[in-house]
Design a protein around this ligand. Sequence first.
Ligand SMILES: Cc1cc2nc3c(=O)[nH]c(=O)nc-3n(C[C@H](O)[C@H](O)[C@H](O)COP(=O)(O)OP(=O)(O)OC[C@H]3O[C@@H](n4cnc5c(N)ncnc54)[C@H](O)[C@@H]3O)c2cc1C
Length: 452
Amino acid sequence: MSYLMPEAVDVIIVGGGFSGITLAFNLTKCNPDLEIVIARSPKGPRFGVAYETDFEAHLLNVPAKGMSAFPDLPHDFVEWAHQQGLPLEPNSFAPRKLYRQYLEDLLKEITAGGKVRLVEKEVTNVTKSPKGWQVEFSDGTLMSASQITLAFGGFPPAHVPETRSVTRHPAFVENPWTEIDRCRLAYAEKVAIIGAGLTAIDVILSCENLGFEGTYTLHSRRGLMAQVHDLSIQPLPAESIPQPNASIRQLLKSVRKAAEQSLSFGSNWRAVIDGMRPRMSTYWQTLSPESKRRFLSHVRPFWEVHRHRLAPEIHSKLQALIKDSRLTVQAGKLLSISSDRDRLVIRQQPNADGPSVVQSVDLLFNCTGPTSNVRSWPSPLIQNLLAAGTIETDSYDRGINCDSDGKVQEGLYVLGHPRRGMLWESTAVPELRVQSSNLSRVIAQSMPERVR
Ligand SMILES: Cc1cc2nc3c(=O)[nH]c(=O)nc-3n(C[C@H](O)[C@H](O)[C@H](O)COP(=O)(O)OP(=O)(O)OC[C@H]3O[C@@H](n4cnc5c(N)ncnc54)[C@H](O)[C@@H]3O)c2cc1C
């Protein structure tokens, strides 16, 4: 019986979204001789759920000037667009599908030389091997490398317990990132959405794009909607940005005070949040465990709507829908969701002691955002790594434990979303590009002599 050794490369990157592509790009800059494989699952969105959309109206929520893939080349995205003959303004909010083309071009550039390869297979396990690490693909094949990075991105949508009995109902859309049933929408008059964040707004824009003329109700616990960007704000001096504090109560006090003071600089609260963002990991790591818990249960929704802001043109569209009585936000506790032939009936309680309100709808979308618990992610890779003890989660199961470089164990790293347990913010391009650039240097330095 012959035994074939698995193919060996220098680095395997699990994930072909922004993080995986930019890490491979940065690694080739550190060392053009490295043999790198980007393993990308053929099941999920190729360039990540954010950029897979084809709707022109789905815009980036960061101005173009903030979306360069590289921290040391801040104009790269805008310049790339200009090279394509597109007059992209640095302060404008580009369509997300344009950003996908930018990533596609970066991928083409790095794979052209042959040292970086894209392998379109799902990785189901990563185990130790005599020469480092070995990955197993869903077709049973193996590949080994001395360095592995897990850059598998965000988690699938969170399950809403109240929807348990209707998960298979044709009017219920559990995953809002799947294609909308155009036929059902064509006959719909009332669309309801659980959640009022950016995903809910994406769904509204998609329905508008498909010609829907009925009404939308957003059902959310607190009725908070994302705030709008203000590109005229002035950054605040460093001393006006709140200092990290172990107590969430004290930290919130300083944030409110800084927001008030920002007005005297001709600015507003947005400049306080923007000033805090680069230091989010320090704020998060300084909070006491009790304050972290209080933040997660009480403060997080308020943080999210101030932190994740809307492009002004999207905000105007939503305001117009509200003015035309086509969009309402219903705050309160969701009591139940049941089926009534081809429609769904939603019961919600706006006030703790008050009566419930009942609404019958033609389509219901779950837009509560990605699940925040790593352990509940139904990914064979995560489940296998957890079961073997190769990775561990943080105390809140929000991410994978690692050091400040993203190192989990010798030769095994995480990049992007899975670091959020340690960093709190590990979501958007402005922080991911820095992680990617730093990690490429760490990996290049850790390579055996032959490939340094
Ligand atoms: C709707 C939406 C809009 C957003 N808008 C913005 C924005 O405007 N600006 C911004 O900065 N950020 C935005 N974000 C954040 C966005 O997630 C990041 O910008 C970025 O896409 C994250 O890239 P990533 O590579 O880390 O993860 P992802 O983009 O999620 O990519 C993960 C990759 O890993 C692959 N994969 C997963 N599991 C496996 C496996 N087991 N084996 C092989 N491959 C696997 C997937 O197929 C995919 O290729 C948005 C997010 C969402 C959800």
